[in-house]
Ligand binder design. Structure first.
Ligand code: GLC
Length: 787
């Protein structure tokens, strides 16, 4: 009926207005133990600190909050020093990085930074609940507020004016600005107001809603059940907020280098011959590739942890041979286990009590690819362990990466998922699926990643997931699900990935070329250009769609896509250094301009260009037959990456972008390492190039390198090379110094390119003048340094 005009029947209106909220009322009394407990007329509020700039506020109607441990959090509350002042009308609780003013009647919380700048405030409305135990929190909205994050959402970058639901959902229908819940639920956002930022993480796994639409002066977040449990992150910069958020929810390990290469997928390369033919094409055409994906056809009747030996008679040797050629195989693994009395995984799952059940003890079954299937109850530690150990089937064959799909979990029925009344045992603290739905994918990711890690004897696993919750970055990269080969979907992927990055998930990307629908050569070309700079770079397409490999559309498309896939490999040292930064700080690799220029009003909703790190700007072409576009360059001086033409920033410029050109701009002051192009990340680099774009101010870059493959970096086996440079009228001064030498890189020489050398300036490296060659038309001075 929702597809007909019934959807807008006047009778539908009342239903949405029928919920009456009960305000928490006035403060009655409070106590301070290791945390603060406030008893109010209609509910309890607890308050605890996780750092001096992170506070957790939890409200439960009718009884004290339980403060149960969270699935998202890796951090425990801290004993933060606070001062509490009790005034007539209000309380003041001060920590070094955050002050809270608690109005007593009605109970309202406002947060300030230590300088007295208001972060979040409650006005006429505050915390409330309904008869049905739905909970909600209202906050004042400033006219200057812009909102970012919220995980994986369609639409533009700034979410002001949107109403968003968190409910992990398999959406095959075309994603459009009206598509709300997708595969990932990250109930977190950042507000930027006049250049300053703060964040809110609403840690509630029920279906939740963020309403930034119904009012111009107030927003709300609420959920169908559970406690009103949220954190205020004080900022003050957007980067601080991400670091605070990822202090709570964790950061990714450094991915294996091969996971950063180009990946080729298809639903499905159906048999060994197709895979071998594919590899032959890559090799023959000399197009780099690091991974090939096996979609559901590799399995025996779509049973996970099996191979169809008719289609893949030599699966084991195929995997080994490809590995020797620098290519990893990544098989898909869905959660649904086929109900089949003769299938060992199903037998074991039933016998050992690993599947989700109803309250009466019957196993829940639902239909997915293998037909009627049971679903592991990942909320139990022993089930995660079991699933983790099962990965051995793959690791024994030499597999190091797994693709987790359908883990919302998706079920082929009206509701698209399992019955909400299914019970998750949750290590003895049972909860319904209604409560734990949103974390099913996160826990499957944990089981897979941890299991792989245990079996790979020190090698880094790679996990790709479709579904997740806050904290998913600890286990997996995220691709944005079933997009289509529409130009609009390529456009949409840019703000979607940027907001995922602001939500603590740095390793993201869309299906390049588009999954469903038929792509075209032009779309594939432009999308591959974009994919070169999305953190995750995989071409994937649906059953029955036209071929989408780089060579599928003739010579010109092949030549250009190859050029960009090669460019990806050239940029790997920089991307890798940025992934290391993501590991250390949580900051994304792919960044909206507002993250670096929060005071610049042009950046607040800039959705069609992005930065790689701090100072490389990518402006993809996202429309057909379009060979020019407007690019916004923020303050500073910018170089066109291809021509070295200089532009003054702080303005919009028109740039030309023929089909083989992706507009890229590098900011003066940038230092960018670059590797030679190669066919796989497995090929060691003999030399490395360093591009310097010196400015008058000193700039600095710390090049990071390790073995790219194992966890030995966690035992200090890595290299940090610090490069600094600046110029004055007569000279360019460069300093290169190894600041940590726990690893010796494969490259033995560095070719240094100094850009923008407008006269024949003298170039000094570590105080010594160097000789080199000068490329006049680009004003680039080049010299070589041996180790
Ligand atoms: C889902 C996935 C898609 C995959 C297909 C078959 O639609 O999102 O990527 O190819 O299932 O496994």
């Amino acid at each position: 009926m929702q597809d007909t005009s019934f959807a807008i029947h006047p009778g539908n209106e009342q239903a949405s207005n029928s919920n009456q909220y009960y305000d928490i009322g006035a403060l009655l009394d409070y106590e301070k133990t290791d945390l603060f407990h406030f008893r109010c007329e209609r509910g309890w509020v607890s308050l605890s600190f996780y750092a001096d700039d992170i506070v957790r506020i939890t409200m439960k109607p009718l009884s004290k909050p339980t403060l149960e441990s969270s699935f998202a959090l890796i951090k425990a509350s801290q004993d933060v020093h606070t001062i509490c002042e009790d005034h007539d009308q209000y309380l003041l609780i001060k920590a070094a990085g955050l002050h809270l003013k608690i109005n007593k009647n009605p109970f309202r919380i406002s947060a300030y930074d230590p300088l007295g700048r208001l972060l979040v405030a409650e006005g006429e409305r505050g915390m409330a609940f309904t008869q049905k135990q739905e909970i909600i929190c209202f906050k004042e909205m400033d006219a200057a507020d812009h909102f970012y994050g919220f995980g994986e959402k369609t639409g533009f970058l700034d979410k002001r004016g949107e109403n968003m639901t968190m409910w992990n959902t398999d959406v095959f229908a075309p994603h459009n600005p009206e598509t709300d819940a997708l595969y990932e639920s990250i109930p977190y956002f950042m507000t930027i107001r006049n250049g300053f930022a703060h964040g809110i993480f609403f840690d509630n796994t029920y279906r939740s809603v963020f309403d930034l639409k119904s009012s111009q002066t107030r927003y709300s977040f609420g959920a169908e059940g559970g406690e009103l449990d949220y954190y205020i992150l004080a900022g003050p910069t957007p980067k601080d907020v991400i670091t605070q958020y990822t202090t709570l929810t964790g950061r990714m390990d450094i991915p294996p280098k091969w996971a950063l290469g180009y990946h080729q997928s298809r639903y499905s390369y159906k048999n060994e011959q197709e895979v071998r033919e594919l590899v032959r094409n890559f090799k023959h055409k000399e197009i780099p590739v690091d991974a090939i994906y096996l979609d559901i056809h590799y399995m025996d009747g779509y049973r996970v942890f099996t191979f169809d030996y008719d289609r893949f008679p030599h699966a084991h040797s195929l995997i080994q041979e490809l590995k020797a050629e620098g290519i990893n195989i990544v098989p898909i693994v869905d959660p649904g286990v086929k109900q089949d009395a003769e299938y060992p995984i199903y037998q074991e799952g039933v016998r050992e009590n690993h599947f989700c059940k109803y309250l009466d003890g019957n196993i829940y079954v639902g239909e997915v690819w293998p037909g009627i299937s049971a679903f592991p109850d990942f909320s139990n530690t022993n089930v995660r362990k079991w699933w983790g150990q099962k990965q051995k089937f793959y690791t024994d064959m030499g597999i190091e990466g797994i693709w987790n799909d359908m883990n919302e979990p998706a079920v082929f029925n009206e509701t698209k998922t399992m019955d909400l009344s299914v019970i998750h045992e949750n290590d003895g603290n049972p909860k319904t699926h209604r409560e734990l739905h949103n974390i099913y994918g996160l826990l499957m990711g944990e089981a897979t990643y941890t299991g792989l890690k245990e079996q790979l004897s020190g090698k880094r696993p790679f996990v790709l997931t479709r579904a997740g919750y806050a904290g998913v970055q600890r286990y997996a990269a995220v691709w944005t699900g079933d997009n289509r080969s529409f130009w609009e979907h390529m456009q949409m992927a840019i703000p979607m990935c940027m907001n995922l990055g602001l939500s603590g998930v740095p390793f993201t990307g869309p299906d390049v070329g588009g999954f469903a629908h038929d792509t075209t050569g032009e779309l594939l070309t432009r999308w591959t250009q974009l994919g070169t700079f999305t953190p995750y770079f995989r071409n994937h397409s649906n059953l029955g769609t036209v071929a989408q490999e780089p060579w599928a559309f003739g010579e010109e498309v092949e030549m250009i896509t190859k050029k960009y896939i090669e460019l990806r490999y050239k940029w790997l040292p920089h991307l890798y250094t940025l992934f290391r930064e993501a590991h250390q700080t949580g900051l994304p690799v792919m960044r909206p301009l507002v993250l670096e220029y929060p005071n610049d009003p042009h950046t607040s909703n800039l959705s069609d260009q992005f930065l790689i790190g701090e100072n490389v700007l990518i402006a993809p072409i996202t429309r057909p037959a379009t060979y020019h576009r407007v690019v916004y360059l923020p303050e500073g001086t910018w170089y066109d990456y291809w021509t070295d033409t200089k532009f003054a920033g702080g303005k919009h410029i028109m740039v030309s972008a023929p089909l083989d050109t992706l507009p890229i701009f590098v900011k003066e002051g940038a230092i960018i390492p670059e590797a030679p192009a190669k066919l796989s990340t497995k090929v060691p680099d003999e030399q490395i190039m360093i591009h310097l774009y010196p400015s008058q101010q000193q700039s600095e870059y710390i090049l990071y390198e390790d073995d790219g493959n194992t966890f030995s970096y966690q035992n200090n086996q890595y290299l940090e090379r610090k490069i600094t440079c600046h110029h004055d009228e007569n000279q360019v001064e460069i300093n290169i110094e190894d600041i940590y030498t726990g690893y010796s890189p494969s490259w033995k020489s560095m070719i240094v390119h100094v850009h923008g050398v407008d006269t024949m300036k003298t170039i000094y490296v570590n105080g010594q003048e160097v000789k080199g060659s000068y490329l006049k038309d680009k004003q680039i001075f080049t010299f070589e340094l041996n180790q």
